[in-house]
Design a binder for this molecule. Structure first.
Ligand code: C2E
Ligand code: CA
Ligand code: CA
Length: 732
C-alpha cells in the first residue's frame, strides 16, 4: 500500500477516534450535569458564547493570531458553572463556530469532539489537582485561584493544540512537533489571556453578582471598540509604512536601473566609438582616428616650433600576389602579423594606423620626430623583411615607405598623407623595399599623374591611340608566325606615351575596358586586311593583351564574339594573352572564363609566365595553349646557369601540359642559340623586330614572304640569290 493511502487511513481513523471520544465525553457530561446549574445566567452565557463568542475577536499585534471571546466565555462557564457545563458549552460553541466556515459534517463533528475532549481532560486534571473549581472561585484564596487560572490556560492549550496538531500533521504529512511549533505555539498566549480574563470576570460575578457583568458590558464594549479602532489605525499606518517602504524600495531600484542603463549606454557609446575609429582586423586605429591625431599634431606644430612630427606611409610590395595565391585568410593573417611587428618598432606615443588593404601609416611625434623618421623607416623595413610563418607557409615580403615631415606647415591631415603617399610611390618606382622622403618634386609628379589621368579620359574620346605590332617568330626558321598587338598613346603634347605608364592608370580608372576593346577590334581588322592581301599565304596569329579588369568583365565573351564577327577575323588565329597573376588570382573563375573563350575557337596564352605564383594543380586545368616565358628570364640567360635552368623547367612543364612556349625579350644571338637548344618553339624580341606601326610591320612581313618565295624559286631554278640577312635587317 502506498504511503499516501496509509496516511489517509490514519487520518480517517484519527477523525473517528476524536469524534467518538468527543461524543462519549459529551454524553457523559450531559449525564453528570446537575439540573440546577442550568439557570437563566447559564443560558444567557451559553447564548452569548454560541452566538457572539467566535465573532468577538481581538487581534494580538505582532502575532499572526487573535483572541476570541469564546475561549474566555467557556473558561467563565467552567469557573462559574462547573466542568460539565463548560464541556457541553465548548462542544456546542465549537460546532456552531465550525458551521460558519465549513459545511462538512466530519469537520464540524471533529472540532466539537476536539473541544469536548480537551475541555474534559482539562476539567479532570484541574479537579484532581484543585478539587471543586467553583468553590475555589467563590473562596478568598487568591493565589490558589491564580495557579488554577494558569493551569487552566496551560492545560486547555496543551490538550487542544495537541489534538488539532495531530490531524494537521497527518494531513500535511509533516512531523507533529514541527506542525505544532509552526501553527499552534503562538496560540498559547490566547489561552493564558483568556484564562486571566475569565478569572477577572468570574471574580467580578461572584463578588458583585452576574448583573455587574451586564452593567460593565458597555464599558467593556467601549474599551473593546476603542482598542479595535486603535488596532485598525495601527494597521493602516503599518500598511502605509509598508507601502512607503515599498515605494522607497521601488524608487531605489529605479534609480539603480537608471544608473545601470546609463552605464551601459556609456559603455556602448565607447564601444561604438572604438569600433568607428579602429580597424576590425588588426585592432589598429583606422584612417579616421589617424586623421584626428594628425589634426592635433598639425595644430601643435603650427603653434609651437618645438613640436615637429613625421608621417610614414607604408605599403607592402608583394601583398597582392600573396593574397591572390594563398587566399584571403592568409592575407588577413599576414596583415595582423605585420600590425604586431609595426607596434613593436614604435614608442608608445607614436601611432600606427591601418588605412585599408596593405597600407599602413605611422605618426611620429616629439622633438626628435624628424631625425628619427628615417631610422624608424629603416628599422621597419628590416623587420618586415624577416620571413613570416603563416600556417606552415614561410612568407617573404618587403615594404615601401614614404616619409613626409611637418616642415611645410600643413593645414589638413589629407595634405601630409598625400605627400607621404607620393613619397611611397617614389620608393616603389625606385625599386621597392626602401624608403623615400617627400620633396616638392614628388608633389609635382603626383600632379602630373592627375593630369595624365584627365588626358587619358580625353584620349579615349579623341581616339589618340594606335596599335603597334611586334612579330613573333618561329625560332627554327625565323619565319614570322604572327604579331603581338601593343597599344600606343599619341599624346598631343607629350608625344608617344608608353603603355607601362598609362596602362596601370587605365586599369585603375576602368578606362582600360574601352581602350582594350578598341585595341582588339583595330588589330583584328588590321590582320584580316593583311590576310586578304594577295601574297600572304600563311595564316598569321594575332596576340592581344587582356588586362585583369577586362578579364573580369562578365560580358567579355560576347564582346570578343561580336568583334570577331564584325571584323571577319578567324577565331583560330586570335590568341588572348592574360598574365599569370590575373589567372591565378581567382583560378576557378578564370577556368570558367577561359573555357568560354576557348569555345569561341580562340586560343589562349599565359603572359609573363614565371613571375607570379602558379599553382600546378590549376595549371593543368586551364585550357591554355601557350606559355610566354617572361623577359626577365631570357634577359638573364647566359649570366648564370640557374636562369637557363628556369627556362628549361618551364619548357618541360609546357611540354607535359602540351603547351607551346614563346620566349619574350630575345635580344641577343646567344639567347637565341640557347633557346633553340632548349627546343623553345617561338620567340619575340628586339633581336627580330621592335614593335612597329602597321605599315612597317606589313612591309616586313611582305619582305619575308617575298624572300622565302625567292628561295623557293631559287631551289627550283638552282640560281643562287643574295643571302637573306633577316635577323639583322629586322633588328635594325
Ligand atoms: P607585354 O605584354 O609583356 O608586352 C611585351 C613588352 O615587351 C612590350 O612593351 C614590348 O615592347 C616589350 N619588348 C618586346 N621585345 C623586347 C625586347 O627584346 N627587349 C625589351 N626590353 N622589351 C621588349 P610595351 O609595348 O611597352 O608594353 C608593355 C606592357 O603593356 C605589355 O607587356 C602589356 O602588359 C601592356 N600592354 C601593351 N599593350 C596593351 C594592350 O593593348 N592591352 C593591355 N591590356 N595591355 C597592353
Ligand atoms: Ca603580352
Ligand atoms: Ca609579357
Amino acid at each position: 500500500m502506498s504511503q499516501a493511502a496509509n496516511t489517509h487511513r490514519f487520518t480517517n481513523a484519527y477523525y473517528r477516534l476524536v469524534i467518538t471520544a468527543g461524543a462519549i465525553v459529551f454524553l457523559f457530561s450531559a449525564y453528570r450535569l446537575s439540573v440546577e446549574v442550568i439557570d437563566g445566567h447559564f443560558l444567557l452565557l451559553a447564548l452569548i458564547t454560541i452566538s457572539l463568542g467566535a465573532r468577538i475577536t481581538v487581534r494580538i499585534p505582532g502575532l499572526n493570531g487573535h483572541l476570541s471571546a469564546s475561549d474566555t466565555l467557556i473558561f467563565v462557564a467552567l469557573l462559574l458553572f462547573g466542568g460539565e457545563a463548560a464541556i457541553l458549552l465548548a462542544a456546542a460553541e465549537a460546532s456552531c463556530a465550525s458551521l460558519r466556515f465549513s459545511k462538512k459534517p466530519r469537520t464540524i463533528l471533529f472540532n466539537a469532539g476536539a473541544m469536548a475532549c480537551s475541555t474534559f481532560l482539562t476539567v479532570w486534571v484541574l479537579r484532581s489537582g484543585f478539587g471543586s473549581i467553583t468553590q475555589l472561585v467563590a473562596g478568598d484564596y487568591t493565589s490558589g485561584l491564580i495557579i488554577l487560572l494558569c493551569s487552566l490556560g496551560l492545560l486547555q492549550y496543551s490538550f487542544n493544540s495537541g489534538i488539532v496538531s495531530i490531524v494537521a500533521a497527518l494531513k500535511t504529512n509533516q512531523p507533529i512537533w514541527e506542525t505544532w511549533r509552526k501553527y499552534y505555539l503562538w496560540t498559547s498566549i490566547t489561552y493564558f489571556a483568556g484564562a486571566a480574563a475569565a478569572g477577572v470576570i468570574a471574580k467580578l460575578v461572584t463578588a458583585y453578582n452576574f448583573y455587574a457583568l451586564i452593567v460593565s458590558t458597555p464599558i467593556i464594549a467601549i474599551v473593546y471598540f476603542t482598542y479595535q479602532t486603535y488596532l485598525k489605525s495601527v494597521e493602516v499606518s503599518a500598511t502605509q509604512a509598508a507601502q512607503a517602504e515599498r515605494h522607497v524600495e521601488e524608487l531605489s531600484r529605479h534609480i539603480a536601473d537608471q544608473k545601470r542603463i546609463g552605464q551601459e549606454l556609456q559603455e556602448s557609446r565607447e564601444h561604438f566609438r572604438h569600433a568607428a575609429l579602429h580597424d576590425t582586423l588588426t585592432g589598429l586605429p583606422n584612417r579616421a582616428l589617424l586623421k584626428e591625431e594628425l589634426m592635433l599634431a598639425i595644430k601643435r606644430a603650427n603653434e609651437n616650433e618645438n613640436s615637429p612630427f613625421a608621417v610614414l606611409f607604408l605599403d607592402l610590395d608583394r601583398f597582392k600576389i600573396i593574397n591572390d595565391s594563398l587566399g584571403h585568410a592568409a592575407g588577413d593573417q599576414l596583415l595582423v602579423a605585420i600590425a604586431r611587428r609595426l607596434m613593436k618598432c614604435l614608442r608608445p606615443r607614436d601611432t600606427v594606423a591601418r588605412l585599408g588593404g596593405d597600407e599602413f601609416a605611422i605618426l611620429l611625434q616629439g622633438a626628435e620626430a624628424w631625425s628619427e623618421a628615417a631610422n624608424v623607416a629603416d628599422r621597419i623595413g628590416k623587420d618586415l623583411m624577416q620571413p613570416f610563418n603563416l600556417s606552415g607557409h614561410e612568407i617573404h615580403t618587403t615594404s615601401s615607405i614614404g616619409i613626409a615631415l611637418s616642415t611645410t606647415f600643413y593645414e589638413h591631415p589629407e595634405d601630409i598623407l598625400r605627400d607621404a603617399d607620393a613619397a611611397m610611390y617614389r620608393a616603389k618606382e625606385n625599386g621597392k623595399a626602401r624608403y623615400e622622403i617627400f620633396d616638392q618634386n614628388m608633389h609635382k609628379h603626383a600632379l602630373d599623374l592627375l593630369q595624365l589621368e584627365n588626358d587619358l579620359r580625353r584620349a579615349v574620346e579623341r581616339e589618340e591611340f594606335i596599335v603597334h605590332y611586334q612579330p613573333i617568330v618561329l625560332l627554327e626558321t625565323k619565319e614570322i608566325s604572327g604579331f603581338e598587338a601593343l597599344v600606343r598613346w599619341q599624346h598631343p603634347q607629350r608625344g608617344m606615351v608608353s603603355p607601362a605608364e598609362f596602362i596601370p592608370l587605365a586599369e585603375e580608372t576602368g578606362l582600360i575596358k574601352e581602350i582594350g576593346s578598341w585595341v582588339l577590334k583595330e588589330s583584328c581588322r588590321q590582320l584580316s586586311e593583311w590576310q586578304r592581301q594577295s601574297g600572304v599565304t600563311r595564316p598569321l596569329t594575332l596576340s592581344v593583351n587582356l588586362s585583369g579588369r577586362q578579364f573580369a568583365q562578365p560580358d567579355l565573351v560576347e564582346q570578343v564574339h561580336r568583334i570577331l564577327q564584325e571584323t571577319g577575323f578567324d577565331p583560330c588565329c586570335l590568341k588572348l594573352e592574360i598574365t599569370e597573376s590575373v589567372v591565378m588570382s581567382n583560378a576557378e573563375n578564370a577556368i570558367r572564363m577561359l573555357t568560354q573563350l576557348r569555345a569561341l575557337g580562340i586560343r589562349l596564352s599565359i603572359d609573363d609566365f614565371g613571375t607570379g605564383y602558379s599553382s600546378l594543380s590549376y595549371l593543368h586545368r586551364f585550357p591554355v595553349d601557350t606559355l610566354k616565358i617572361d623577359r626577365s628570364f631570357v634577359n638573364l640567360m647566359g649570366v648564370g646557369q640557374e636562369n637557363s635552368e628556369i627556362i628549361r623547367t618551364i619548357k618541360m612543364l609546357a611540354g607535359s601540359l602540351s603547351m607551346e612556349t614563346v620566349a619574350e625579350g630575345v635580344e641577343t644571338l646567344e639567347q637565341l642559340a640557347q633557346l633553340k637548344a632548349l627546343n623553345c618553339e617561338y620567340g619575340q624580341g628586339y633581336l627580330f623586330a621592335k614593335p612597329m606601326e602597321a605599315r612597317a610591320a606589313f612591309a616586313l612581313l611582305a619582305a619575308q614572304i617575298a624572300e622565302s618565295k625567292m628561295t623557293a624559286d631559287w631551289l627550283g631554278s638552282n640560281v643562287a640569290p643574295a643571302r637573306p640577312k633577316l635577323v639583322s635587317a629586322m633588328a635594325a
